[in-house]
Write a protein that binds this ligand. Structure first.
Ligand SMILES: [Fe+2]
Length: 511
């Protein structure tokens, strides 16, 4: 037994190019807050840091962008112009207002559904970021903070990401808002606040893999959002193609294009492989998901109606050059979150557990991606050692629905565990199934076009289609959930739909 463990450890050391990764794994401590102290405010508090994400877990701090002392007031990275702007009494001196104009406004759910986070960007530093908002005109004021984001490209372009929280929103009310600073304001937007009740029935749009070029679903999503058909969006990885391109301008353009969606409903995201550049820095900086201070948007959870949504970072299993610390941290976090979710009092309030992450465990496309293999990493764990696989954890925790993307197609699976189908019954497969249901919706549209399928899929594949499109998800109550796939090629026709019905939720029983 000892010899076997030693062999496994040696193999593991050999596939990991970083020796320190092992140390990190062995010395892993969930309570150590310093490891994820990566993104902090700029200009308005003392904890200013700019983390270089292109460094791996084991790299030493980057002194170029890094203040050594957490409480330092060293402002050496700021030029005179920027320092002037931090003095609110004379905000416009020496700066072009053009570059202080707010753009790329987008919303996300905050610490709970009664708090919305507004995020936007300027190309210059601005005085205190501020939102004016209210139900009867913009009569309330909230202020926030700013983060300096330095792109990893040649030009090292600076962007200023502003974040303001709108708290204690009254449920299901239409609010208007605009944001900016004394150097410039956005136009007026609106949103309908969410309902914190567990009996509320939210509707979401769900998709992955939406690019600037050939973003075929975008007009449909913009139109539906403007007609108030969605309460929130889940974008399950792969944005813009890629946000880092053209010194980040491709990312800017993407964020402008989704503004007719994302400024009106919470735009909830997961990281995909196209966000990998500079250790996912564009993804980490441009969004503000729940608990972003701790996990940099890479994984998080939130409750909405009778659902606990859990967003996961599948990319940690593939970009191992950044270290496996993030795999370990996420896995341990998932264990705790799912344990808490399954406490009887919690599962009674939020019976549905829905996960979403970019790369699927299963798929039957013909592109040779990892999900086409029998033991994909997300499903079975890291290569060779098979550590931190998620299928067992999700099965044992009674996850109801697992949403994926990455494959540029749509695929619905029968309830499945370890490649075996666990339908509720032959006549009603999705009524009280005995395993999680998987859905892949990664065909929102991008320049890489759509993917094709293998001719003879496994028994777990229930329905497949390669039209461009996106999914709608409605959770009606504690027992009924409905999902459908819209085709952007067939003018919005529904090409697939199913009801998932569960009288009881909880861990599955192995039969
Ligand atoms: Fe992808």
């Amino acid at each position: 037994m000892i010899i076997r463990q030693a062999i496994i450890l040696l193999i593991f050391i050999s596939f990991s190019s970083q020796r320190k990764t092992i140390d990190l794994l062995l010395s892993y401590n969930l309570e150590d807050p310093t490891r994820y102290q990566l993104k902090t405010s700029y200009g308005f508090d003392d904890s200013r840091k700019q983390h270089d994400y292109s460094k791996t877990d084991s790299d030493e701090p980057n002194t170029e962008n890094h203040f050594d002392d957490e409480n330092s007031t060293d402002e050496s990275s700021l030029n005179d112009e920027e320092l002037d702007l931090l003095q609110p009494e004379n905000p416009t001196e020496g700066i072009s207002v053009l570059y202080a104009q707010p753009e790329q406004i987008h919303l996300s759910i905050g610490t709970n559904v009664s708090t919305f986070v507004v995020t936007w960007q300027t190309m210059s530093p601005t005085p205190v970021p501020t939102c004016k908002y209210g139900r009867n005109g913009m009569i309330k004021i909230a202020t926030g903070d700013t983060t300096l984001f330095i792109d990893g490209g040649k030009e090292k372009l600076k962007r200023y990401i502003h974040k303001v929280q709108l708290e204690n929103l009254i449920p299901q009310q239409k609010y208007v808002y605009h944001c900016g600073s004394s150097l410039g304001w956005s136009e007026e937007f609106w949103f309908k606040s969410l309902d914190p009740s567990e009996s509320w029935a939210p509707t979401l749009a769900v998709y992955g893999d939406l690019g600037n070029i050939n973003g075929r679903s975008l007009p449909y999503l913009q139109e539906e959002t403007q007609r108030s058909r969605f309460d929130a969006i889940l974008h399950v990885g792969d944005f813009a193609y890629d946000m880092r391109d053209a010194e980040g301008e491709v990312g800017d353009q993407f964020m402008r294009q989704i503004e007719p969606i994302a400024a009106y409903v919470p735009y909830m995201v997961s990281p995909g492989n196209h966000e990998e550049a500079y250790n996912f820095s564009h993804y980490r900086y441009r969004f503000n998901m729940p608990n972003s201070e701790e996990t940099e948007n890479l994984f998080y959870e939130f409750k909405l109606g009778p659902v606990q949504f859990i967003s996961i970072n599948t990319e940690a299993y593939y970009f191992l050059e950044y270290g496996i610390k993030i795999v370990v941290k996420q896995y341990m976090w998932l264990v705790e979150v799912l344990k808490e979710a399954n406490k009887p009092e919690n599962r009674a309030r939020w019976p549905w557990i829905i996960t979403y992450g970019h790369r699927p465990m299963y798929c039957s496309d013909d592109d040779g991606d990892d999900c086409t293999k029998r033991s994909s990493r997300v499903r079975s764990g890291l290569p060779v050692v098979n550590w931190f696989g998620l299928e067992n954890l999700f099965y044992e925790s009674g996850v109801d629905l697992e949403i994926w993307a990455h494959e540029h197609s749509y695929e619905r699976l029968w309830p499945v565990y370890e490649h075996k189908v666990y339908n509720g019954s032959n006549s009603a497969p999705y009524v009280n199934p005995n395993a999680p249901v998987h859905v892949i919706s990664g065909s929102a549209g991008c320049q890489e076009n759509t993917d094709r399928f293998i001719k003879h899929p496994m028994a777990w594949s229930a329905f497949r289609n390669s039209d461009y499109g996106y999914a709608r998800l409605k959770i009606l109550n504690h027992t009924h959930l409905y999902m459908e796939q819209v085709s952007a090629e067939k003018e919005g026709d529904i090409i697939d739909s199913f009801w998932l019905i569960k009288d009881q939720h909880g861990p599955y029983s192995k039969k």
